[in-house]
Design a protein around this ligand. Structure first.
Ligand code: A3P
Length: 343
């Protein structure tokens, strides 16, 4: 396992966006490396990342050929299980507060799951593209795609100024545990029984980068590098830091999105009301999140669990933790980036 991990993490993938335009990936999918052990979807390795086949078949080509970003769009990007749901709620409540004041009893987050308030761009792209087009500006959308697979119209290339991107990252061991538990819980909605998927199996696949969006640390690294290069366009947040200071992060988020809080809003307690509305306890207790499902069929309750830093120690042995820490440490050597975890 170790030898193949080394070569995979370092190898330059023969099939990269340089040789195959992202809009044409679908036809080369059968020739890409395949991984079927992380339920529920088969994964393919493309441009150095393992992605669900369906994302490569529909999502990436659709986004590259048909999606028209607007300069006012805000994209929320993340590796799965890093705090996406929370970021969606916070960003939506902050950006849309003039239309939907957070004090309102009928605020959308009180009757819709954050994933239905903020859509993933690449999930079911073909079915939702007209709906995305009809959304009023400023739009807030989300993605699990690696930075290198976003179209230049979003990231900003020669002819486009690009959009603002907010990325949330999480410590790898907590991400893995959260992902493993979520997979076991959510896979049945896709017709797959994942009860026999063990933490040991998940750990080995995760260490090899063989999980959706993996390798996780390379996903994080790409966005982090961009946030260093273009801090006005990419805001990099850490889940653990948002947990410690949610209000400071909501202010940061608002300033970055171009909708900072006025003194009058500060006096009325708008920031703390947003934090409260989006808290794990509040969201989890809402009827829609106790009993509803997203439009893609996942039970809303599966997005809300403990929401703490360091829960990995309840599911992984010190040896397991050490093996993942070592893989991550080796991969991040000389990059300048660390998961500054105190857990
Ligand atoms: P745990 O499984 O560790 O509890 P994602 O939203 O990217 O799928 O990430 C899911 C993780 O975020 C889960 O972590 C979940 O409990 C946590 N989470 C969801 N909503 C949250 C909130 N409002 N505040 C803090 N954490 C939240």
């Amino acid at each position: 396992m170790m030898a193949s991990r080394q070569s995979e993490n370092n190898a330059q993938e023969e099939t990269s966006p340089l040789t195959t335009p992202n809009a044409n990936i679908a036809r080369i999918i059968p020739s890409l490396p395949l991984e079927t052990r992380w339920p529920p979807f088969p994964l393919r390795r493309y441009a150095n990342f393992w992605l669900p086949e369906v994302t490569l078949k529909e999502g990436v080509p659709g986004v590259h050929s048909c999606f028209e970003p607007r300069p006012t769009d805000v994209f929320l990007a993340s590796f799965p299980k890093s705090g996406t749901t929370w970021l969606k709620a916070l960003a939506f409540a902050t950006l849309k507060r003039s239309t939907h004041p957070p004090f309102d009893d009928d605020h959308p987050l009180r009757h819709c799951n954050p994933h239905d308030c903020v859509r993933f761009l690449e999930l079911g792209f073909n079915q939702q593209k007209d709906e995305l087009e009809a959304l009023p500006s400023p739009r807030v959308l989300a993605t699990h795609l690696p930075y290198s697979l976003l179209p230049g119209s979003i990231t900003g290339d020669g002819e486009h100024s690009g959009c603002r991107i907010v990325y949330v990252c999480r410590e790898p061991k907590d991400t893995l545990v959260s992902y493993w538990l979520f997979t076991r819980k959510a896979a049945p909605a896709c017709g797959v029984d994942a009860r026999s998927f063990t933490i040991q199996e998940a750990l080995e696949l995760f260490c090899d980068g063989r999980c959706p969006g993996g390798p996780q640390w390379n996903h994080v690294l790409q966005y982090w590098k961009e946030s260093v290069r273009r801090p006005d366009r990419v805001l990099f947040l850490r889940y653990e830091e948002v947990l410690i200071e949610p209000e400071a992060h909501v202010r940061k988020l608002a300033n970055f999105m171009g909708c900072g809080f006025s003194e009058e809003e500060e006096e009325r307690g708008v920031v703390s009301t947003i934090v409260e509305l989006c808290s794990l306890g509040k969201l989890r207790d809402m009827e829609v999140n106790r009993n509803g499902s997203t439009r893609l069929g996942t039970k809303n309750e599966s997005f809300f669990r403990k929401g703490v830093a360091g829960d990995w120690s309840n599911h992984m042995t010190p040896e397991m933790a050490h093996s993942l820490d070592k893989v991550v440490e080796d991969a991040l050597q000389e990059t300048g980036f660390t998961f500054s975890s105190t857990t």
